[in-house]
Design a protein around this ligand. Sequence first.
Ligand code: AMP
Length: 249
Amino acid sequence: MKILVAVKRVIDANVKVRVKADQTGVETANVKMAMNPFCEIALEEAVRLKEAGSAREIVAVSAGPAACQETVRTALAMGADRGIVVEAPAEIEPLAVAKLLKAIAARETPGLILLGKQAVDDDCNQTGQMLAALLGWAQGTFASKLVFEGDKLRVTREVDGGLEILLLKLPAVVTADLRLNTPRYASLPNIMKAKKKPIETMKPGDFGVDIAPRLEILKVAEPPKRKTGVRVADVADLIGRLRNEAKVI
Ligand code: AMP
């Protein structure tokens, strides 16, 4: 079975994100970029499935600027076999990514498509769901455990108030949650080996996909600064403040 993994290039999670002065977006010039952390988890799971003998080939796909090559190269160093970069503007929206992944799935015929549950830049949490709907495939989102059972995939999902277990027919779309695994660091020999693995560069037009934005960003603003807290003297003081100052009880 082949596994397709979607890996997004985002601002490194350790960088403090700054809003641009003209409020049209966030500053990305000279900012360290990295693979979206949930995509790392999705990729790690694919590599573990391959190591366990459940998968034969892993294809990593990224849509965005040419620099997505680096993200795909990281995926290759972590264990993917080959990569596809679809060159597109950095602001490509989830629906457009889902359409591109659908077209790539038609060409590659994977048994499983793994994505992150969300990208930490736009926090959309939409691409996997849209992709499953476009393909008409089963979906398991927020996965914290995957186990193959014959020709089905048992997905444990983290939902409010507990865990939900689904048995998915393959092919399926699964999005990775935080507790699915802890991704490995790419070792130096694997980084060297990854340099020889193939990356194909495509354009949305090659798939006949229209990636024109459907959303208009009106303004991006910093969240209001949190006010400093106060230490209350006792329970009566706390209740008084909740009632008279915060007016929440
Ligand atoms: P989102 O719906 O934007 O929160 O993204 C959820 C997941 O979809 C990400 O973790 C990726 O696996 C995938 N994805 C979203 N955008 C892209 C992109 N431009 N290139 C590759 N994968 C993407």
